[in-house]
Design a protein around this ligand. Structure first.
Ligand SMILES: [Fe+2]
Length: 157
């Protein structure tokens, strides 16, 4: 990785994108579990989504978003509010299947919001970041990633 060719920025965005892809795949499995009335499976999948999102959200909120907040303050505030809303519903399943009978429907609803949120990041935030962040800002993103880790296996080199 060097600081001149942009590979650093592409590595950061690639890892965030792989996490989005993993989450989208898990969302499809939640829909299937919900269709089968399997709340235990849905809760287990909600925990897996939360595990992927925990380091992902740190990298966004402590690395990528601060670098963009000056230029896009309203958009970043909306994205962060969506993170909180999504985390709250996922967290209800942190220890067990939630007792609330409405939880599976609330989960599906918030996961639909998460899909839209991911599209906004993929189609808006990430392309904007690739054109606006400086090398120092990408290094800050990488430093947050190094601290936060990842729930995904590293890609084959
Ligand atoms: Fe994201």
């Amino acid at each position: 990785m060097c600081e001149y060719c942009g590979c650093q920025s592409l590595t950061s965005i690639d890892e965030l994108t792989r996490e989005h892809d993993a989450v989208v795949a898990l969302i499809s499995r939640v829909r299937k579990a919900r269709g089968e009335g399997d709340a235990v499976a849905a809760a287990g999948l909600a925990r897996r989504i939360a595990a992927v999102l925990a380091p992902h959200t740190k990298v966004e909120e402590h690395g990528l978003f601060p670098a963009m907040a000056a230029e896009f303050p309203d958009q970043i505030a909306v994205l962060e509010a969506e993170h909180r809303r999504i985390e709250a519903v996922l967290a209800e399943a942190a220890d067990a299947v939630p007792a609330d009978p409405a939880w599976p429907d609330r989960l599906l609803d918030v996961l639909a919001q998460l899909r839209d949120h991911i599209l906004k990041e993929q189609d808006g935030v990430f392309p904007a970041a690739l054109t606006t962040l400086t090398t120092e800002q990408w290094e800050a993103v990488e430093a947050v990633r190094a601290r936060a880790g990842s729930a995904l296996p590293r890609p084959a080199a």
